[in-house]
Design a protein around this ligand. Structure first.
Ligand code: PAF
Length: 282
């Protein structure tokens, strides 16, 4: 496994890599969710490149950039075990040199849900992902369904800017009790960790309501809200039942819907989602 720290070196190496090249961008502190993306990239491609870069521009001024968990040694061991070919882990000024002044922004989609709560977040994500795509030039790039809005925004960016790669979205990986895996779960106190299962439980409830024929989106939102509010920990940021392409809130579910939510436990903000899809037959 090669570990590369500069853009020049990554570009030089890229010319020698066998295609197709699968790429998994991460911010490190890897867990089973990331590893599932690397495994999928390994199955689909001749070469697997993983980046580890804690991207400062996607953190707001009051967010946890300095405290974001890091364990490079452990990450590299895990990636080596999965037969990763290249790890690209540039220092911040390699990606954002002094006088850096160019941003990539997807409008509309990024103003809702996470974007409403974190106004500069997606501009940071799309800018760094566009740069990483330019540097690594992958055939396919892999993202988790756990960050559903991020995946939708990146797919839109790749299409709108004719980036010529496939953006592949892989299923959310969960703990045994249903909590979606996230690097931020380690911030939860034992009490908050127990309560955090309300996210996946409320999504299961939404799925059950929908399977039983409920199509009124506001009724689903309100049942989820009441369910979550029954336990004392956890402040709801939003509960959304939205169109899977535009992310606009729905009144009535006529085809697919993205049910997503963000809940705060102390300083930790957890996200989860499920897609309700009509049965399409075989
Ligand atoms: O999902 C993440 O870890 C980050 O947002 C990403 C895609 C690596 C960009 O920094």
């Amino acid at each position: 496994m090669k570990v590369i720290e500069t853009v020049d070196e990554m570009r030089r190496l890229r010319r020698t890599l066998a295609g197709p090249v699968g790429f998994v961008p991460t911010m490190g502190y890897l867990h089973e969710g990331h590893l599932s993306l690397v495994k999928r990239a390994r199955e689909d491609n001749a070469t697997v490149v993983v980046s580890i870069f804690v991207n400062p521009t996607q953190f707001g001024p009051c967010e946890d950039l300095e405290d974001y968990p890091r364990d490079i040694k452990r990450d590299l061991t895990m990636l080596e075990e999965l037969d990763t070919d290249v790890v690209f882990m540039p220092p911040p000024d390699e990606i954002y040199p002094p006088q850096f002044n160019t941003w990539v922004e997807v409008t509309g989609l990024t103003e809702r849900l996470e974007g409403a709560a974190r106004p500069t977040h997606f501009r940071g994500v799309t800018t760094v992902v566009a740069k990483l795509f330019n540097i690594v030039q992958p055939t396919r790039a892999y993202f988790g369904q756990k960050d559903a809005q991020q995946a939708i925004v990146i797919q839109k960016m790749a299409t709108d800017l004719n980036m010529g790669l496939d953006v592949i979205v892989c299923p959310t990986i969960r703990e045994h009790d249903g909590l979606a895996m996230s690097s931020r779960n380690i911030y939860l106190t034992p009490e908050q960790r127990r309560s955090a299962t309300v996210l996946s439980q409320s999504l299961k409830m939404a799925e059950r309501l929908w399977t039983d024929g409920e199509r009124n989106a506001e009724h689903i939102r309100s049942e989820m809200r009441q369910f979550i509010e029954r336990q004392p920990e956890g402040q709801i940021d939003y509960i959304s039942v939205a169109d899977t392409l535009t992310l606009e809130e729905l009144d009535t579910i006529t085809s697919a819907a993205l049910v997503s939510l963000a809940v705060r436990f102390g300083k930790t903000r957890l996200l989860d989602n499920v897609v309700l899809r009509p049965y399409q037959g075989k």
